[in-house]
Design a protein around this ligand. Sequence first.
Ligand SMILES: [Ca+2]
Ligand SMILES: [Ca+2]
Ligand SMILES: [Ca+2]
Ligand SMILES: [Ca+2]
Length: 201
Amino acid sequence: MLKLPVLKVIPYVALSVVAFLCGYLIGITPKSQMRVSKANIGQLDNNGDGRIDTEFNYHEDLLTGGRYDRNFDGEWDYWEWYANGQIQRAEADNNFDRKVDSWLSHKHGNIVESRHDLDNNGKADSISSYRHGIILLSVGRPNGLESNAWVEFFREGSLWKELRDRNGDGLLDWLVEYDWFGSTVIQEEITPPIEPGRAIP
Ligand SMILES: [Ca+2]
Ligand SMILES: [Ca+2]
Ligand SMILES: [Ca+2]
Ligand SMILES: [Ca+2]
């Protein structure tokens, strides 16, 4: 029969075991199948096709980078860079043509800016800004054009207003507004047309 002091210790031991297991799970749950090599590289085959499609890099237990093959075609299409364990920036090939078409910047773990190449020539055509990780504004400057060809406004992550330069004269001349369901509620000519710089808050 167990003596009293031993009985008193049992709940603490049980608690320690639970805490250890929780920590273990928190640390590795998403990477439970991961192979970690001596070179501090962790690799995963998420779809089980025998090809590595996710790779993490570590330095002294801190994540320094990652790359992903999201469509499982054997080509990396998303890259991330970390500092002090927090994501700093990422690049993506969103149409899977093996050319990067999106560049993302992060602060305190949240995305703050993204640039996108819409016509696939390697040059960004739009710049989006975010607050608390949620898109606020997107400005279109096709291939680095001096003036803005369009300005899009978002509320709670949904597009609600856009101003466009439809005739390419460098002035925004067309206004469209949407409701919460994405239906157009206003669509009209802006008269007189406005300088793109004035459209941005
Ligand atoms: Ca795979
Ligand atoms: Ca891929
Ligand atoms: Ca691409
Ligand atoms: Ca472009």
